[in-house]
Design a protein around this ligand. Structure first.
Ligand SMILES: *Cc1c(COP(=O)(O)O)cnc(C)c1O
Length: 393
């Protein structure tokens, strides 16, 4: 198999067969002409079922995660919803990483709970706590690593073993690491999900989500018309088509274009992030820096084994508490105050009531003295000058 960046540039991105256009066209079409009733050209009938631009992106991402099939959706949350409805039935239960994306928590606790999907929040960096959270109905263990926003590291090989012992799937939200730094399927995970809105797209100009599945059968009640021996690819593919939250051709094109430069961007993101994390440890205003690249981070050694770098996200806590954290987040200039992450430009957020507003007042609430940086690719001196200014303003 060719190298990562070669696959990022070429997998699913072959020149157009008809015209030779080096960049595959954006097939901005809803439907495809048939050469006779149900005689389809290249298998395309209607863009909810398949569209060459979307399919090209799905193949490209799948080649990078090392999966069997990829499926692209209109947003990260849409892909999570489709995946969970594909593999769960009423009465099932999810072991859910507690330090994670607030929207995933909202989906499971407020959208799926009324359909009798139970869940138990856990600290995914604590294997004993995870072990104790399983019940007979557990069908999915849902993990983000690095976690959001505390940047804890979960042991993917150990979690795979635990999930499989209990007859459950291990689903890994790989948005923070991206496939360049971490490939969960290599550790035995069954499914990878992405908000392609973030590092995959990489330019904060498109929303998207994707599911990549391993080659695996999954027994669910055959209410979809599938026999119990259906594969994850069949189940998710059916849900994508029948539920319909697909990525459009323009969005698929933007995500595919971004993905080609993932390795270059990630190198720069994490080079900047590592230096900024170190610099923050020297600041008297900071009580704790949360970055897995720092040697005293509790997940440092695990991250060094499991990842090929430590990523571009840095969180830190301020001695001055909530008011200092709020003031800091509102004081940077180059770092834009926004939710989201993973774009070339730097973003700052106060997760407590921005990204994690949906868990305020629950045990998953984020400490109010915590600030999260999505470190962009700008020049290091400009990062440090901006952060310095915010400390002293
Ligand atoms: C943003 C994000 C999501 C949700 O994705 P959308 O594209 O916003 O729907 C899911 N997981 C993680 C880790 C995210 O950062």
């Amino acid at each position: 198999m060719s190298g990562f960046t070669t696959r990022a540039v070429h997998s699913g991105q072959e020149p157009d067969r008809l015209t030779g256009a080096v960049i595959p066209p954006i097939y901005q079409t809803s439907t495809f002409v048939q050469d006779g009733i149900n005689v389809l050209r290249d298998g395309h009938e209607y863009s909810r079922g398949s569209n060459p631009t979307r399919n090209g992106f799905e193949e490209q991402l799948c080649a990078l995660e090392g999966g069997l099939r990829g499926f692209a959706f209109a947003s990260g949350i849409a892909c999570e919803d489709a995946l969970l409805r594909a593999v769960l039935r009423p009465g099932d239960h999810v072991v859910l990483g507690g330090d994670g994306y607030g929207g995933t928590n909202r989906l499971i606790t407020r959208v799926l709970a009324p359909w009798r999907i139970g869940h138990t929040p856990v600290d995914v960096t604590d294997l004993d706590e995870v072990r104790q959270a399983f019940v007979a109905e557990t069908k999915v263990v849902w993990v983000e690593t690095p976690t959001n926003p505390r940047l804890g590291i979960a042991d993917l090989a150990a979690l795979t073993e635990l999930a499989h012992e209990h007859g459950a799937l291990l689903v890994v939200d790989n948005t923070f690491a991206s496939p360049y730094l971490q490939r969960p399927l290599e550790f035995g995970a069954d499914v990878v999900v992405h908000s392609t809105t973030k590092y995959v797209g990489g330019h904060s100009d498109v929303l998207g989500g994707a599911v990549v599945v391993a080659d695996r059968e999954w027994a669910v009640e055959p209410v979809n018309g599938f026999s119990p021996g259906a594969t994850l690819a069949e189940l998710v593919g059916f849900q994508q088509f029948a539920g319909g939250a697909v990525a459009g051709p323009q969005d698929s094109y933007l995500a595919a274009r971004g993905l080609k430069t993932l390795s270059l961007r990630m190198e720069r993101h994490q080079d900047n992030a590592g230096r900024i994390a170190e610099w923050l440890t020297q600041r008297p205003e900071v009580s704790q820096v949360l970055y897995p690249g720092l040697p005293d981070h509790p997940g440092h050694e695990l991250a060094a084994r499991q990842m090929e770098g430590f990523g571009g996200m840095v969180s830190f806590r301020l001695r001055g508490g909530e008011s200092a954290a709020r003031r800091f987040a509102e004081s940077t200039l180059m770092y834009k105050l926004s939710v989201s992450l993973g774009g070339v430009e730097s973003l700052i957020c106060w997760p407590s009531e921005m990204t994690h507003g949906s868990v305020v007042g629950t045990p998953q609430a984020v400490p109010t003295d915590l600030v999260r940086l999505s470190v962009g690719i700008e020049d290091l001196e400009d990062h440090l000058a901006d952060l310095e200014r915010a400390f002293t303003s």
